[in-house]
Design a protein around this ligand. Structure first.
Ligand code: NDP
Ligand code: MG
Length: 384
């Protein structure tokens, strides 16, 4: 029986992780959860799974939650509380499914305590990949990827050494606007952007998919998780999201991982690795029914965010943290109707242009650059 600490339980990955936990009561127990402020969504989870610990964003949310609960629930608030549950002696596995770079410290602390870490939160690896991976190496912790592309690569690699890899090929669905020209993107709405053709996900990642920033973040995520240079990471458009990614080896043999688009599959694999288990709710892949799979070369001028991510990744240092923080602010402003869709990429580009990179930054430097970028991005967002 593994005790799971689930960061971001009310989110899209969080809820699907709960499905996996519920499907295997003999294997998994929900020990602790965290969420931001969505008390309404958290209450049924708390009542059903009765986690020992609950972490919320701040004291206000704690009070609000307390007013609905009776009995002895341990509710704590804030970012240090995330670290507390992630390093708790009863925690066996930490699933990091929060949105944005808030999960960074909790991930680092969990690694220090040699917890098994299943990571969905790509912003953590983009912001501070070198710190996370160095720590993982130091404490001999395997980071198990939940992101479907990285789970696919992890499965395709299956113990093969890094020297055998010719390249990694990430697939990209193209997001909600894949068939629109740049001209047609000028007046798209938030509602249009949130309508992803293949996956049902949280708002931020759905917008990231439409701008292709999601794939850019995934390129950086793959660089860190698999210790592969950017020159050996390729992206190809594949609109059906059936091939989740591929690895080409030095002998040009290519291993791909396929499946219906269902995040519970990579979530469960990260929890059961190296074993596999039946996943009751999931479906067979029926290739005869799908009949055709499509592939298209990536167009970097159509999707400049992907280009920015490659550049920021190659530059390294604090640049990826700036890319991520600027993008988080830009997406939030777009979702609130304060900037238009194309201004997301303008804002990110401006922040990258104006940043003087600091090489090999420590955690404090990264956190202060993250904060400063968010502030500057908000300030200039009115004058794009
Ligand atoms: P959601 O927006 O659906 O959920 C985010 C979760 O994080 C919620 O539980 C939310 O709480 C919590 N949260 C948000 N902000 C804070 C904060 N400041 N402090 C504490 N908790 C916070 O996101 P997703 O589930 O879609 O994505 C989560 C992560 O997984 C992201 O990094 C994403 O890139 C990655 N990912 C997601 C995939 C998907 O299919 N959804 C696929 C691959 C990767 P509340 O509900 O209270 O706001
Ligand atoms: Mg993905």
């Amino acid at each position: 029986m593994k005790n799971i600490t689930l960061l971001g339980a009310t989110g899209s990955i969080g809820v699907q992780t709960l499905d996996v936990i519920e499907a295997h009561p003999e294997q998994f127990r929900l020990f602790a959860i965290s969420f931001g402020e969505n008390v309404e969504k958290a209450l049924p989870i708390i009542k059903k799974f009765r986690p020992e610990w609950i972490v919320v964003k701040n004291d206000q949310v704690k009070q609000h939650l307390n007013s609905f609960l009776s009995g002895n629930h341990n509710i704590i608030a804030g970012e240090t509380a995330l670290e507390e549950i992630s390093t708790h002696h009863k925690t066996d596995v930490v699933v990091n499914a929060v949105m944005g770079s808030v999960g960074l410290k909790a991930t680092l602390s969990a690694i220090e305590q040699r917890k098994q870490v299943a990571i969905a939160n790509k912003e953590t690896l983009v912001t501070a990949g070198h710190l996370v991976m160095n720590k993982a190496k130091e404490h001999q912790v395997n980071l198990l990827p939940i992101d479907s592309e990285h789970s696919a690569i992890f499965q395709a690699l299956n113990g093969e050494s890094r020297q055998q890899i010719e390249k990694i090929i990430l697939t990209a669905s193209g997001g909600s606007f894949r068939d629109k020209s740049r001209d047609e993107l000028k007046n798209v709405t938030v509602e249009d952007a949130l309508n992803h053709p293949n996956w049902s996900m949280g708002a931020k990642i759905t917008i990231d998919s439409a701008t292709m920033m999601n794939k850019g973040l995934e390129v950086i995520e793959a660089h860190w998780l698999f210790n592969i240079p950017y020159e050996k990471i390729e992206v190809i458009q594949h609109k059906e999201s059936i091939i989740h990614s591929m690895v080409e080896f030095v002998d040009y043999s290519v291993i791909a991982q396929l499946g219906t688009p269902d995040m519970r599959v990579p979530i469960q694999y990260a929890l059961t690795y190296p074993e596999r288990m039946k996943l009751p709710q999931s479906e067979h892949l029926d290739l005869a029914k799908i009949s055709k799979l499509h592939f298209k070369e990536m167009d970097f001028s159509r999707f400049p965010c992907l280009k920015y991510a490659y550049e920021a990744g190659k530059t390294g240092g604090t640049m990826p943290a700036v890319l991520n923080a600027a993008n988080e602010v830009a997406v939030e402003l777009f979702l609130k109707g304060k900037i238009n869709f194309l201004e997301i990429e303008h804002l990110v580009a401006k922040m990258l242009e104006n940043h003087d990179v600091i090489t090999n930054p420590d955690l404090e430097t990264i956190q202060s650059i993250d904060k400063e970028t968010r502030m500057k991005a908000r300030n200039i967002s009115g004058s794009l």
